[in-house]
Design a protein around this ligand. Structure first.
Ligand code: AMP
Ligand code: GLY
Length: 445
């Protein structure tokens, strides 16, 4: 099977590595890719947002499967353009990608499907927003309805700040605050049915202890030794299958990854958000542990026939990914800083370097973006994988490199004696009368 991966980031590098490791995959191509992806795939200079160009590349290469990594091309309809030329695509149609492209749409689908999620109101204008804030209460959760590249959500105890954010958006979803650790669950969907991958957890803030600004994700680990063992099955039953059924009822079947962002509340798992693609970096440790063939799984999903392959299997042990960012991230980023040491890790069996924002120039490998690379390691358990990942980080350097020292040191959201509240404290939110607000720092966009 010949495959083509669309995108440039760490998620796409991890996918390309996974596809290259599948004995059923004969060729891996990527567009536009990055220097790390170039080690396992043939790169092509094609704009990932240009559906016609991606489709003609896929036809020219004669690929059997196109895997579209990021949400932007999916929401823009690139999967439709490729399907229209008769090539199998892992990734939803433009219509189905609205599950991520519009928060109001996803809440509407969740309501129709009976999926457990936060109570919410869709609001236009300050009066509707104010009424919803008062109805649903503090901490206030205000989400831009549209795709906002991670900047659309504000969680705050300040009513003024909540209103100010609403005023910057055409339409907002205001919802009830969900208390509990956050989990990423990736469901591979074929339009009718789904298979869950092992859950992961993502560390969102730039600084140790969950402090500082929100980022795209500074590290992740999988599996979650503290999570209920039946979590994936429970979420397939209560969230994923009803969502797929509802999307079918609407005539827009969902094919691709339904990324279920969950809060494990005292009342059970509740959906915080849907995304229409794998999470980055959260998918990286999950793919490191996948022992069944990735290409066969994604192709079966793209063909609408997940029943044709056995359920995905995972090696024992754990995997940890630690992200290295460039100077200034997340407010800005620094390009052109020379990166040394990545090649030392090429020889390692349990450790690999996942490229995200790198380019190769005459000066060598240099930074080209906010999140530059990640060191990913597998080990016998989370602590072992974590130790190996940080040994790897120590061998890499560039001016201004920043990384968190506490990735997977303790699970986010778990404190002694109270498994459903966060261990992290917030620098921005005072404790409420009802008890400490403990999870705002995990991710506040
Ligand atoms: P989203 O883009 O919907 O994932 O929201 C970004 C982040 O805001 C999430 O990862 C959560 O940390 C936080 N968040 C979103 N919705 C809620 C909610 N209803 N309750 C608590 N936190 C939330
Ligand atoms: N790591 C979170 C995301 O990909 O949205």
């Amino acid at each position: 099977m010949k495959t083509l991966v669309i995108g440039t980031g760490g998620r796409e590098h991890a996918l390309a590595v996974g596809l290259a490791a599948d004995p059923g995959v004969s060729e891996v191509h990527a567009a536009p890719g990055n220097p790390g992806i170039g080690q396992v795939a043939t790169l092509h200079e094609v704009d990932p947002m240009d559906g016609a160009a991606v489709a003609s590349l896929a036809v020219g290469l004669g690929v059997d499967l196109v895997v579209i990594g990021p949400e932007a091309p999916l929401v823009a309809g690139v999967a439709d353009a490729v399907r229209a030329v008769g090539i199998a695509v892992f990734g939803p149609s433009r219509a189905a990608a609205q599950l991520e492209g519009s928060k109001a749409f996803s809440k509407d689908v969740m309501a129709a499907a009976g999926v457990p999620t936060a109570r919410s109101r869709v609001c236009v204008g300050p009066d509707e927003a104010a009424a919803a804030l008062d109805e649903l209460g503090s901490p206030y959760v205000v989400k831009d309805d549209a795709l906002a590249a991670g900047k659309g959500v504000v969680v705050t105890t300040s009513r003024a700040e909540a209103l100010a954010h609403a005023a910057t958006c055409d339409r907002v979803v205001i919802e009830e605050f969900l208390e509990g650790p956050e989990v990423s669950l990736f469901a591979v969907c074929d339009g009718r049915t789904a298979r869950a991958l092992q859950p992961a957890q993502d560390f969102k803030r730039i600084f140790d202890g969950g402090l500082g600004a929100n980022t795209g994700g500074m590290g992740a680990y999988s599996p979650l030794p503290w999570a209920p063992p039946d979590l994936a099955d429970a979420v397939l039953t209560s969230v994923v299958q009803p969502t797929l059924d509802e999307m079918n009822r609407r005539g827009t079947p969902f094919v691709g990854t339904l990324y279920v962002g969950l809060a494990l509340t005292v009342h059970g798992p509740r959906v915080i958000e849907f995304n229409c693609r794998f999470g980055d970096p959260d998918i990286q440790p999950v793919l490191a542990l996948l022992s069944s063939p990735l290409g066969a799984l994604l192709k079966a999903a793209a063909d609408g026939d997940l029943g044709a392959v056995p359920a995905p299997t995972f090696t024992g042990g754990a995997a940890v990914t630690v992200v290295m960012a460039s100077a200034g991230y997340p407010q800005s980023s620094s390009n052109g800083d020379v990166i040394v040491g990545t090649e030392t890790l090429d020889k390692e069996v349990d450790v690999d370097v996942i490229h995200a924002g790198t380019v190769r120039t005459s000066a060598g490998l240099v930074t080209a973006g906010g999140r530059v690379l990640a060191v990913r390691a597998i080990g016998s358990d989370v602590a072992d994988a974590r130790a190996k990942a940080y040994e790897g980080i120590a061998t890499i350097s560039y001016p201004g490199a920043q990384w968190r020292r506490d990735i997977a040191a303790e699970p986010l959201g778990v404190v002694e004696g109270a498994s459903l509240v966060s261990a992290e404290s917030s620098d921005e939110v005072a404790p409420s009368a009802a008890g400490p607000i403990t999870r705002l720092d995990q991710e506040r966009r």
